[in-house]
Design a protein around this ligand. Structure first.
Ligand code: WT7
Length: 571
């Protein structure tokens, strides 16, 4: 092995012998669950009820703090509230397979609702609270959601008149008198419901989660995950998060993204480990304070967040007691070696990069405690996962050859469908037996994987995956915009920012004011993070003869690179 610049591993990690671990079958993992004996499956039961039934009901499940509320929720309290919420849903006529969305800030009630939905065999669709009307509408409409759990503040962004299938809106933090027709106060519903309501036993292959994510074309797609995902999450909890019974775990991701549900809640709860939930937005001091206040031992965040902390300087973290930290992780975008080195200095820890996607369900490629880290590498495949680099014909490439990052299909946490879109689902599997990620990467001779970029036009801004099409669609709704092409532009803090090239309709002048107006238009219609931070007006945009905007050419313009083959471009 060439480990010249590698940072040595910590000898005490739970994943020690990589080759031996690769021999441990997924069935071996499945035996950890009660359903292996009882035959009765439900991921919410395994994550929460089980601990109560096995005598660990008083152990903490949630440590919540938002500056005002400061609460510890035991597994028993979480189980009871989730069961009660599930009963409330049943009383509204909601059950197996129905899609119920969550559109609310993170906190104990979000966790209760998520578990309650899954506990009755319904499918939870978590939405990020930054979504504005169009983003909310697209996702609720596509999935045919029957109910949404939200707050009075976010309710105006749900266009009920355009969502005929949406029967119920459940308002957290509202009085009964605030509720209009078809709306319910969460508190009132809970009062009438019973915590004795039974778990709905389902099939391992029954859907439980619907996470919307972006591709390069078309509207966001609903990635369907099934209860069987728990097996994958459990293994990740042990070998990637390295969780032990006394750990205090904090994953900063919002449950609107898969990181927030899979790594954020299920993986730790399946191990009976409490999760810290910090309400509110990112804040340098506030984050260090949170680590100190709760004595966080395992911390999972994203490169953007670490870069923002790094921007605060090396002195700031020294003012806090961060000595509880034992294991730090990062996912969502490339972890720069510079940030890794900052982690060593400021956090006294190696930051363990790990790679995965909404579609993969949980971690696929990872740095784990015992592994020497080569800064900049994503690490090695999780035991049980076979990763490879394929060329465009589906042939497996050797070491140090750049190609398509692919995974042998059929791992337990793999998405099972794209909601209502078989065609899109099939596109992930162009070669027999392989899932194609859309990322390009290479593998070195030691089996470490190195991320290179996206193969398609998907943008990763501050760890958030944005489909250019969704932004372009919003842009062309603006009366001044004739055509729009959107690309990701490299940015030192955000990884990429969104840049829009726009041609204007007749009669509109390319002014600074108009730029700002267009930015606000996207911000208010779609989401703040989807707003193009840069806009450039052009008389004409490069298009194919069939009228498709050539983002590749826009990108080349932006980066000052050769534009490549232009044979399909219109005159
Ligand atoms: C895309 C998936 C962590 C899962 C939640 C994000 C990029 C993810 C890494 C990493 C470089 C990464 C990829 C991937 N990505 N992790 N460790 N290094 N890039 O899930 O929103 O579905 O985005 O995020 O491009 O395809 P997502």
């Amino acid at each position: 092995m060439d480990l010249t610049n590698a940072v040595p591993g910590r000898p005490d990690g739970q994943l020690q012998d990589y080759e031996a671990a690769r021999q441990v079958s997924w069935d071996e993992e499945a035996k950890q669950f009660t359903w292996w004996k009882t035959g009765r499956v439900n991921a919410a039961f395994e994550a929460v009820d089980r601990h109560v039934e096995e005598g660990r009901g008083d152990a903490p499940a949630i440590l919540y703090y938002d500056g005002v509320r400061d609460e510890t929720w035991s597994f028993r309290r979480l189980r009871d509230d989730a069961a009660q919420f599930g009963d409330a849903l049943r009383r509204l006529g909601i059950g197996r397979g129905d899609r119920v969305f969550l559109f609310m800030p993170k906190g104990p009630e979000l966790a209760v609702a998520l578990l309650g939905i899954i506990r009755i065999g319904a499918v939870a669709g978590p939405l990020f609270e930054a979504f504005m009307e169009t983003a909310v509408q697209d996702r609720l409409a596509d999935s045919g959601a029957v109910a949404v759990v939200t707050t009075p503040t976010l309710r105006p962004r749900i266009p009920r008149e355009r969502l005929p299938e949406l029967r119920h809106v459940i308002l957290v933090g509202a009085e009964a008198s605030d509720a209009e027709a078809g709306e319910w106060s969460y508190t009132e519903l809970m009062k009438e419901a019973s915590a004795d309501s039974p778990v709905e036993w389902v099939d391992r292959e029954a859907p439980m989660l619907l996470h919307y994510t972006s591709g390069s074309t078309g509207k966001p797609k609903g990635v369907v995950h099934v209860h069987n995902l728990m097996i994958h999450q459990y293994r990740v909890g042990r070998w990637v998060l390295d969780l032990r019974p006394d750990d205090i775990y904090w994953c900063t991701a919002d449950p609107g993204w898969i990181t927030g549900t899979s790594a954020g809640l299920f993986a730790p709860w399946l191990h009976g480990v409490p999760v810290v939930i910090r309400g509110g937005r990112f804040q340098q001091e506030g984050w260090y304070e949170t680590v100190e206040k709760f004595g966080v031992t395992v911390w999972f965040s994203a490169p953007t967040a670490f870069r923002m902390l790094m921007a605060g300087g090396d002195e700031l973290p020294k003012r806090y007691n961060l000595s509880s930290l034992r294991h730090v992780l990062s996912a969502g975008e490339p972890l720069n070696p510079e940030v890794f080195r900052w982690g060593l200095r400021a956090l006294g820890n190696r930051i363990h990069d790990n790679w995965w996607m909404t579609e993969t369900g949980c971690t696929m490629i990872t740095n784990y405690p015992a592994l020497p880290i080569k800064p900049g590498s994503m690490g090695r495949p999780l035991p049980g996962i076979e990763a490879a680099i394929l060329d465009d014909q589906g042939r497996v490439l050797g070491p140090n050859q750049l190609g398509n990052l692919a995974i042998r299909a059929g791992w337990p946490g793999m998405m099972r469908a794209i909601w209502n879109n078989e065609e899109k689902y099939k596109q992930y599997f162009p070669f027999e037996g392989w899932y194609i990620s859309g990322d390009s990467a290479y593998r070195d001779e030691d089996g470490y994987f190195w991320f290179q970029g996206r193969v398609d036009d998907v943008i990763n801004t501050s760890g958030e995956r944005v489909g250019p099409f969704e932004v372009e669609s919003k842009l062309v709704e603006h009366p001044a915009v004739a055509e729009a092409g959107v690309i990701g532009k490299p940015d030192p803090v955000r990884g990429e920012i969104i840049k829009a090239f726009i041609s204007l309709r007749q009669g509109y002048a390319p002014t600074e004011e108009l730029k700002q107006e267009i930015q606000q238009f996207v911000r208010n219609g779609l989401a703040a993070y989807a707003m193009p931070r840069e806009i450039e007006f052009r008389d004409k945009l490069p298009k194919t003869r069939s009228g498709k905007i050539m983002r590749r050419v826009l990108k080349a313009w932006e980066l000052g690179l050769p534009t490549g083959d232009l044979s399909t471009m219109e005159d």
